[in-house]
Design a protein around this ligand. Structure first.
Ligand code: HAM
Length: 414
């Protein structure tokens, strides 16, 4: 047995990290529920074609980052690099278009072969929300507002800025594409190999390039703004107006393009400068053609995903957990009684750890390490008298009381 480390870019998550991620997930579920969302759990792997075309054959994710393999039956399989395409696939295969719109929330691990660094992993976790079946800009407003309420609820809204943009409708993008081809074509020699290839496949991807030479050319590229149709401008104006009405602050970022191909109209990211280079904590937008592209009906969609690890890193403090009560049967005769007493205390809402081994001193030390506030000691004398000893581990004192009175005493009622 050689390597005991987890594979590069993956982590074992436990202790405080796990508590943070649990708290963000719980807040996400609670917030999304108030907007009418229901849980959808999609498979962790799908046929590769579910992701390849929708995300973009020339996107970084598809060309460089997917975990794809052929399984033992020879099927081309990919570990999900995101939720949206799988949710759209599930929407079609479950026939959900019968009752539109649908609001679907999901969370779980996703996989991208990226260069690991702080806040960037190869297996990471997303919370994801998709609103499918509404074409109005007010849906975009509602979705972005939902993300903002989550950030407020987690008390990290002051650490992020909402960057908002529109990518326009298909017509706007065809016009823009032509303008970009002309512009980048004139600067072809200054572009990286990758971007020269993108010029033929998907020139808008060049805007997203991280290559320094490309960046210099991109700086002076014509903005998408000028190619927007009137309908796209009107749509976007209603998004801005709605966000204003909901009190969600934003800044317009005309350079925001997102790394996935399926977006139309609204695109947005919540960005922080508290995490170094990996500043995007939530990203999303509208994807009106995706479901049709996957072979479904022409149903529009809008959604976003947040990186759980990044959101967790932004939390000020790990959320506290309920301090346990440790029950300590001293001697075999007390074990059964302790078990049933522990069940009673749990039923009353306490967190109870049963510690059945070692002498009292050892058990008290362990209880302190576990962060317990009380120890309940049940020895033979106590058993005979139907009493327990309750030790307050913070104050260091103890009292004897009837077994029946314990639940109320721990609830602070007597
Ligand atoms: P995305 O921007 O690719 O969008 O990812 C969403 C979020 O996942 C990012 O904002 C970031 O917080 C987190 N994330 C991405 N890559 C990593 C990584 N390697 N390590 C840690 N966290 C990461 C999507 O995935 C779209 N499906 C969002 C969407 C939903 N659009 C419409 N509906």
């Amino acid at each position: 047995m050689g390597k005991l480390q987890p594979a590069r870019g993956t982590r074992d998550i436990f202790g405080e990290d796990a508590r943070r991620m649990e708290a963000v997930t719980a807040a996400f579920e609670a917030t999304a529920r108030t907007y009418g969302f229901q849980l959808l759990a999609t498979p962790i792997f799908e046929f590769t074609e579910v992701f390849a075309r929708p995300l973009g054959e020339s996107s970084d994710i598809v060309t460089k980052e997917m975990y794809s393999f052929s399984d033992r039956g020879g099927e081309a399989i990919t570990l999900r690099p995101e939720f949206t395409a799988g949710v759209a696939r599930a929407f079609i295969s479950a026939g959900m278009q019968q009752s539109l719109p649908v609001r679907l929330m999901s969370h779980g691990p996703v996989f991208r072969y990226e260069r690991p660094q702080k806040g960037r992993y190869r297996q990471f976790h997303q919370i994801n929300a998709e609103f499918i079946g509404s074409e109005t800009p007010e849906t975009d407003v509602e979705m972005i507002t939902m993300a903002w309420r989550l950030l407020e609820g987690l008390d990290i809204d002051d650490k992020v800025t909402l960057h908002l943009n529109t990518l326009g409708d298909r017509e706007s993008r065809t016009v823009y594409r032509d303008r970009l081809v002309t512009y980048f074509g004139a600067h072809k020699v200054a572009l990286s190999q990758d971007s020269q290839r993108r010029l033929d496949t998907n020139p808008m991807r060049i805007l997203d390039s991280k290559d320094e030479g490309d960046r210099a050319v991109v700086e002076k590229a014509p903005p998408l703004d000028e190619s927007l149709t009137q309908a796209s401008r009107d749509f976007y104006a209603r998004v801005e107006d709605g966000l204003g009405a909901c009190g969600v602050p934003f800044t317009r970022n005309t350079r925001l393009v997102r790394g996935l191909d399926y977006y139309t109209h609204t695109a947005f990211e919540f960005i922080t400068d508290a995490l170094g280079a990996q500043g995007t904590v939530i990203g999303g937008g509208r994807y009106d053609g995706l479901i049709e592209q996957l072979g479904g009906p022409p149903v529009p969609g809008m959604g976003w995903a947040g990186g759980l690890e990044r959101l967790s890193l932004l939390l000020d403090a790990a959320p506290s957990v309920q301090r346990p009560v440790v029950i300590m049967p001293m001697g075999d005769a007390a074990i059964q009684a302790a078990l049933s007493l522990a069940e009673d205390l749990r039923a009353a809402g306490n967190t109870v750890i049963a510690d059945r081994t070692g002498n009292l001193k050892k058990r008290l030390t362990r209880a302190a390490k576990a962060g317990a506030n009380h120890a309940v000691i049940l020895g033979e004398d106590e058993l005979a008298a139907d009493m327990v000893t309750l030790r307050d581990l913070d104050a260091g004192d103890q009292e004897s009381l009837p077994r029946k009175a314990l639940t109320d005493r721990l609830a602070g009622r007597s």
